[in-house]
Write a protein that binds this ligand. Structure first.
Ligand SMILES: [Zn+2]
Length: 233
């Protein structure tokens, strides 16, 4: 059944699709022209670890992560695809963003994590929205990279205000102790936390803290579609 689903996925890629950004016909979303329009971070220059780029290290201060990967800044066309996925539930944008994310890892020498854990919504918030765009992208990324995507290991245990309206210190206080994590299977030693947009790193820091409390020796990378470098200037 799984193999059939995979075959169906591959066949679907042979059928021309319409690019959600420029509406041209293409084989893979987004089309190659729109993909070229993405201002990608210089992944190779920093050994596929954006913590080595002072601009990102300074944006995430005081947090210091083992390894950080994101495609680019929060701007067109990535921002448009994230917005359409989040507010219009346009699922083709999840696949397109996952395609761009997988592309951005091409050339990485370091071993990939064994599984991805996307940022969860608080249960009542999820029931209200019936949708978590970060989960949709993470599932597609995991499928493309043949990694496990764990949706139930990490939970939000406290309702928090939307981070977007808050400053750096408020964001940290807002998400502190708001996550709880289960003990992961012993074969899992290396994971990636996944979010659509990282701004100050406060949510990632809170998630990492909860995961390490239950799984002390885990290697934890931070993966995101965008790091919003300009938004807190
Ligand atoms: Zn296009």
């Amino acid at each position: 059944m799984f193999r059939l689903a995979k075959l169906g996925h591959k066949l679907a890629k042979l059928v021309p699709q319409q690019c959600m950004l420029c509406l041209c016909n293409c084989q893979q979303l987004p089309c190659s022209h729109c993909r070229d329009a993405i201002a990608k971070f210089a992944h190779r220059a920093y050994g596929f670890n954006l913590m080595r780029w002072p601009k990102v290290a300074s944006a995430l201060k005081p947090h210091s992560f083992h390894r950080v990967h994101a495609i680019g800044d929060y701007e067109y066309p990535l921002a448009k695809m994230i917005t359409e996925l989040k507010f219009q539930k346009r699922l083709s944008c999840a696949e397109a963003l996952a395609n761009c994310f997988s592309d951005s890892l091409r050339g990485r020498q370091h071993a990939l994590p064994q599984c991805i854990i996307p940022t969860p919504l608080y249960p009542t918030r999820y029931l209200q929205r019936q949708f978590n765009q970060t989960v949709e992208i993470a599932i597609s990324v995991a499928d493309q990279l043949e990694l496990e995507c764990r949706l139930n290991s990490l939970q939000r245990v406290r309702h928090t205000t939307a981070q977007v309206q808050l400053g750096r210190d408020q964001r940290l206080a807002n998400v502190a102790d708001s996550f709880s994590c289960a003990v992961l299977p012993s074969h899992i030693t290396h994971i990636a936390l996944f979010d659509d947009v990282v701004t100050t790193g406060a949510t990632m820091h809170a998630m990492r803290k909860a995961i390490l409390a239950a799984n002390p020796n885990l290697i934890i990378e931070i993966w995101a579609i965008c790091i919003a470098l300009a938004s807190l200037d």
